[in-house]
Design a protein around this ligand. Structure first.
Ligand code: B12
Ligand code: SF4
Length: 729
């Protein structure tokens, strides 16, 4: 029996900071391709060894002490002392295998091929087999350029790979084996495609026991089907699964879920299919079966907004669906046709709204930088992005177009690709290729096209990239302010240009502050500077409804100013000598407009200038994922401000009696105790037996990630105990 080692493709993103990197990759689940093959090989009696590059990467980051942490302000990011490549090489198993199979994905393909070269050097007799989405589509070019690779198994390898292993020694058998590309002497031979797996129920459950971290993940990816019949020009899935739509049966899906729940205690299932909801009847059957089974779990999936309806969304929510990935791609109705997606954008908004009403989180995925994109198209896309923030459960994300191999957009433009080093997160995220990899990429545009760019006719790509960063981090650092500015200005691209100009005038322009892998916009400094821009430039020069914008800017600046640590002697006693104070996670601001009305006006796009003027004390709490807001009555507002952690209850009573409250009938000490009791019950204040003292401020997180970890996935629920640096106010 042959000894086999399978090496996964690296799928993680690197954000320099170890905490951010861990947070960003929280949904890097088990590698289904390799684990499925492992299960199939076990059925044939093999005992494959797995090398999980993602796990090795986390280990590498943990050990790399040269990395700055988010809590060490001002530490310049350093290059790791050892490259990840050499770290992996040190950790490759010493045993020499008969066959080494490497999986592949576009973003880490240079690394995969370097490893293949290294394995050939150290273990020359091992046969090297490549498979997975990237090798499958650049098979011929790979075999021509990398002599270390013996054979590429293209597309679905569930049947081909085991057959290949059986007939490994028979070169004659290779001639007729469908689905492989191989080298014979100096010639690269590409056999016809293998048939796709029609009945997916016949595949075994992936060998999840080989994923050593599964129990910690809280959830898992689970493949439920393959193939999308649509043909969007930028998407690499059509070629791979041959547009042949298939689904596992509901009973099989539920059996797999139940077994993973029982065995590993998993509660969330990311159902992997590029376009799950095409066959409505089958989705309904699954949802009905889940409800009937009484199994309790949550799940997410991918869908098109034109292949789902409100009734189905409601049923999916009842059956535990908590997240949907909606590829909207472009906010421009014109481009929808150019890229062959053809969504009706107003219908798309209705589906996002319906998911929101049903408590389903949606990833609203957009792409900018299409070759035909105009300034108007780009504006439409970023407006769609910011507009979706009106929904509490929508998470917009925008990527720069990358030409993925074997896509129509690549085929059309492959002769004009440019290597401008403005990388796209459609192809990889914040990854820093080392010099060797950069040279490989430069030498082989046909193997690594995703690191290249298709020139945009009317827009500069650097500009598009910066606009993407701008809106992405506006949505990260703020909640409603970007929506308010969009609604007020009607043209966010114009605001972006004004912002750029303002920065130039202040000599605070960008790139020198970029920290290499982390863009300026992900830095907390952007949050401060944007607020300054709103106050000093937008409000005086551009605002149509200045009172509303000023109020929103003030409301959203609260967390920025609130960073001190307090020392408290806690007590339950509410008496004259007690010192009440506003609890830490709350931010209290006084506004000149009715905040509730302001938010309602943003939600339903009514005139911001019509929002009522009034004195309003508003409390924000950013407990966990949810932003809670309360608007207090005027008297409660006054009382809350007096709870400054220095005044005793007696001091507060005295202060209250000297204010114009309009209350004359009831004694002030009674009003004060009653009001404080209410604030205590509402959880807005806590009590100390002595005045508070302040500790040295703890530096707040300096960098932040957008609330996404990948642009191919539905929102993954937060895992308990995980620290996720969300700075949203
Ligand atoms: C889940 C998923 C992820 C997960 C990966 C989790 C994990 N640890 O594996 C996460 C969210 C991390 C992820 C990230 C990315 N992803 Co992704 N992802 C997927 C998705 C939806 C499912 C993959 C899957 O599990 N499929 C099911 C298994 C069974 O299929 P499979 O992996 O293809 O394996 C089969 C064959 O390929 C083959 N095979 C696989 N490995 C091997 C090895 C050998 C030796 C052999 C012989 C055969 C073989 O056999 C398997 C069985 O038939 C696919 C789309 C899709 N529907 O496949 C995209 C997809 C793989 N992702 C893609 C991309 C681009 C990315 C990113 C690079 C970009 C991004 N921003 O999303 C990042 C990764 C890097 C980064 N951070 O920068 C592209 C890849 C395109 C390409 N040409 O490489 C895909 C195809 C989506 C798309 N249509 O564009 N992704
Ligand atoms: S983008 Fe979505 S709908 Fe379009 S081809 Fe790809 S998977 Fe199908």
């Amino acid at each position: 029996m042959k000894s086999i080692c399978l090496i996964t493709a690296l799928t993680v993103s690197d954000f320099i900071d170890p905490d951010l990197t861990a947070g960003a990759n929280s949904n890097t689940g088990a590698q289904l391709g390799v684990l499925t093959l492992a299960a199939l090989l076990r059925q044939q009696g093999y005992d494959p060894h797995i090398v999980n590059l993602d796990d090795l990467f986390f280990e590498f980051v943990r050990l790399d002490t040269t990395r700055p942490s988010i809590n060490r302000e001002g530490v310049a990011p350093l290059q790791p002392s050892e490259s990840f490549y050499s770290f992996v090489v040190r950790h490759l198993p010493a045993q020499s295998f008969d066959v080494v199979g490497l999986s592949s994905i576009c973003g880490s393909y240079p690394l995969t091929l370097r490893l293949a070269q290294e394995i050939r050097r150290t273990n020359p007799q091992a046969k090297i087999v490549l498979g997975g989405p990237q090798a499958s589509v650049v098979d011929v070019a790979t075999l021509n350029a990398f002599l270390c690779v013996d054979v590429v198994v293209r597309g679905e390898a569930d049947d081909t790979f085991p057959s290949l292993l059986e007939l490994f020694e028979s070169e004659a058998a290779w001639q007729t084996m469908p689905g492989i590309t191989f080298r014979r002497d100096d010639e690269v031979i590409r056999n016809p495609n293998a048939p796709v797996v029609e009945n997916l129920d016949r595949l075994p459950l992936p060998a999840f026991d080989l994923d050593l971290r599964l129990k910690d993940r809280g959830g898992v990816h689970l493949e439920i089907g393959r193939g999308c019949p649509f043909a969007c020009t930028f998407c690499s899935t059509n070629d791979f699964f041959r547009r042949n739509f298939r689904l596992k049966s509901p009973s099989r899906m539920i059996a797999d879920i139940a077994s993973l729940k029982n065995e590993y205690g998993l509660g969330y299932f990311s159902l992997v299919h590029d376009m799950y909801t095409i066959d409505r009847k089958k989705v309904v059957a699954f949802c009905d079966a889940v409800v009937e089974s009484g199994e309790k779990f949550t799940w997410g999936c991918s869908a098109r907004t034109d292949c789902i309806d409100d009734e189905l969304l409601e049923l999916m929510a009842q059956a535990g669906c908590t997240g949907i990935f909606f590829g909207i791609e472009t906010g421009s109705q014109r481009l929808q046709h150019v890229i062959n997606k053809k969504l009706d954008l107003s219908e798309a908004v209705q589906r996002i709204a319906c998911a929101d009403r049903n408590g389903i989180k949606t990833t609203v995925a957009l792409i900018a930088g299409f070759p035909e994109e105009t300034r108007d198209d780009l504006r439409d896309t970023i407006h769609f992005f910011i507009d979706s923030l009106r929904f509490d459960h929508a998470e917009p994300q925008c990527s720069l177009l990358a030409p993925l191999a074997a896509t129509p957009v690549y085929d059309q433009h492959k002769d004009h690709l440019v290597f401008d080093k403005i990388f796209s997160d459609m192809s990889h995220q914040s990854w820093c290729e080392d010099a060797v990899e950069i040279e490989m990429i430069k030498a082989h545009p046909d193997i690594f096209p995703n690191f290249y760019a298709i020139p945009t006719e009317q827009l500069e790509r650097g500009y598009v990239k910066e606009v993407i960063d701008f809106v992405t981090y506006l949505a990260t650092w703020f909640r409603w302010l970007p929506v308010a500015v969009l609604q007020d200005s009607g043209d966010l691209l114009m605001v972006f240009d004004a912002w750029k100009q303002w920065r130039v005038e202040r000599k605070s322009t960008g790139s020198e502050e970029d920290t290499g892998w982390t863009p300026y916009y992900s830095h907390r400094r952007f949050q401060h500077e944007f607020l300054e821009f709103v106050e000093s430039c937008y409000l005086p020069e551009m605002a149509n409804a200045p009172a509303a914008i000023a109020a929103m800017a003030r409301a959203e600046s609260a967390p920025v100013r609130h960073q001190r640590q307090r020392v408290v002697e806690e007590t339950d006693q509410l008496d004259e000598g007690t010192v009440p104070y506003v609890i830490d996670s709350l931010f209290v601001v006084d506004l000149k407009v009715d905040y509730k009305e302001l938010v309602a006006s943003l939600r339903n796009k009514s005139d911001l200038a019509e929002v009522s003027a009034c004195d309003a004390t508003v409390i924000f709490s950013d407990a966990g994922d949810d932003l809670n807001v309360w608007q207090l009555s005027p008297l409660a507002g006054v009382l809350l401000h007096l709870c400054d952690g220095q005044r005793t209850v007696a001091d507060i009573t005295h202060a209250l009696s000297s204010l114009e409250t309009g209350l004359t009938e009831i004694p002030f000490d009674k009003i004060c105790l009653f009001g404080l009791g209410q604030l205590l019950d509402d959880g807005f204040i806590a009590l100390s037996s002595s005045p508070l003292t302040w500790e040295d401020p703890t530096p707040a997180a300096q960098f932040s990630l957008p609330p996404k970890s990948s642009n191919t996935q539905q929102p993954w629920p937060a895992i308990e105990g995980e620290s996720w640096p969300t700075p949203k106010p």
